[in-house]
Design a binder for this molecule. Structure first.
Ligand code: T4K
Length: 418
């Protein structure tokens, strides 16, 4: 039996919650406030608040330098950034994406009448499996969108090989991968373009925001036009466009947060190490690892739960943690293909997605970032240990475990009947 450091009654079993306030995944990191206020003051003095103002221009300049890419285009959020990049790359018909991602990756396609075709992931890396991608290619396929999930890089060589062989456009959703490198090269420079998210819940943020990066001059020129309604001059609209601009307040936050980037990553790494120690030797729980030879933000603490060993399903552990005020998340359960409109539109998608369903059923994301203290991490690890020790007692009030996600559910079963 597993030893616990201190036996306290779990809140789910009637004990007092370990935390009086919710401890969330995605609590924003706040950098240098004074610097942020200084930039805001500048923007107000300038009376220049949006439309490619001086702070956005400076922000883009610093980002291109940091990411070592030719073009960096700041946008109002990554979802719109994906939509712009998809359209500017001329993707149409069908585009292959993972289902194991935030739903925005798929929505950015469906929103503009392009069919997202869901390919399976590699269960070790949680990113697109190039072989699975290749099996889904047909004459309607025009592109591939890989997602560097958790900041861990896709198999960029494998995807490039498939894209080249079939003359497909290759875009990366790098929403999680700001500040990360792959084989010594910063993410931002792979594929035809990459899209970052700077949403408040990302370790580096601009309240809302994002950026598209590319080394392709023509593509950058098209996106620049599209981002601003297609305006080439005061009265001169030369292209179909939308409003994808970043404002000066967001750029101010970005510039201030760039200065604190190193400090935040140090805290994230400290937290990751604490979790690694705290969960070491807990049977059935394994922390996903980052390659420490590369640059990495360590912004997601992702635990794989093997319920056959823990004796308690991932979903039950989430309930245990929520009762303690630890708002752990099941990102990205149940997979996009099981969310609307995809669930109704493509009811047979799960046939190709055994690994996605398996991984989505096991993964647990825990709080980290500058809002989380080391002693709180120790407590979270203790709660998880204790839940496993008390698995039988915990399962009783919560009822039977949920069915495995890899089981075809009734609706899907009906859809499969010819
Ligand atoms: N591609 C991928 C792979 C993505 O993960 C995302 C976004 C995108 C594309 C699209 O990027 P954007 O268009 O958003 O730039 C959150 C974020 O809203 C979303 O940006 C992010 N991925 C996703 C992984 O997480 P939710 O629905 O889980 O957010 P929510 O509102 O539950 O917030 C999470 C927790 O953060 C809350 O429990 C409380 C805390 N929080 C949140 C905010 C906004 C705070 O403490 N303060 C705050 O200001 O999606």
């Amino acid at each position: 039996m597993l030893a616990t450091k201190e036996t306290r009654r779990l809140a789910i079993l009637g004990g007092k919650p370990a935390f009086s306030q919710p401890l969330c995944v995605g609590r924003p990191n706040i950098g240098d406030r004074q610097l942020f206020m200084k930039y805001i003051s500048q923007a107000l003095d300038n009376r220049w608040l949006t439309n490619q103002g001086p702070l956005v221009v400076e922000f883009e300049r610093q980002l291109s330098r940091f990411l070592r890419v030719k073009h960096c285009l700041a946008v109002c959020n990554a979802t719109l950034g994906l939509e712009l990049a998809i359209r500017a790359l001329g993707m149409q018909g069908e585009v292959i994406v993972p289902s194991f991602t935030f739903v925005a990756t798929a929505h950015a396609l469906q929103w503009q009448g392009i069919t997202p075709v869901f390919a399976d992931v590699d269960p070790r890396t949680h990113t697109l499996d190039p072989h699975a991608v290749e099996r889904l290619i047909n004459p309607r396929t025009t592109g591939i969108i890989g997602v560097h999930l958790w900041g861990r890089p896709c198999d960029t060589d494998g995807l490039r090989r498939v894209a080249r062989k079939h003359r497909l456009r290759l875009l990366y959703d790098a929403a999680h991968a700001f500040g990360c490198s792959h084989r010594g090269r910063m993410i931002g420079g792979f594929g035809h373009a990459e899209v970052f998210s700077f949403h408040a819940t990302k370790f580096f943020h601009t309240f809302e925001g994002g950026a598209i990066t590319t080394d392709d001059d023509d593509l950058a020129a098209r996106i620049r036009l599209m981002r601003n309604f297609g305006f080439a001059g005061y009265d001169d609209v030369v292209y179909l466009g939308t409003n994808g601009k970043m404002n000066e307040i967001s750029a101010a936050m970005g510039l201030a947060n760039l200065r604190s980037l190193g400090d935040v990553i140090t805290v994230n790494y400290r937290n990751y190490s604490r979790y690694r120690q705290g969960l070491a030797g807990v049977p059935g729980l394994s922390l996903i690892q980052y390659d420490e030879r590369e640059r990495c933000s360590f912004q997601y603490i992702v635990v794989d739960v093997d319920a056959r060993i823990t004796g308690i399903h991932r979903d039950r552990l989430v309930e245990v943690l929520h009762a303690e005020n630890v708002i752990a998340r099941r990102y990205f359960w149940p997979g996009c293909h099981r969310m609307e409109p995809y669930r109704s539109l493509y009811p047979q998608a799960s046939v190709h997605l055994p690994q996605t369903q398996n991984v989505a059923d096991r993964v647990l994301v825990l709080p980290t970032g500058t809002a989380v203290e080391e002693h709180q991490i120790e407590t979270i690890c203790d709660i998880l240990r204790q839940a496993i020790v008390d698995a039988d007692a915990v399962r009783r009030p919560l009822g039977p475990d949920p069915l495995s996600g890899s089981t075809v559910d009734k609706e899907e079963e009906r859809a499969l009947v010819p």
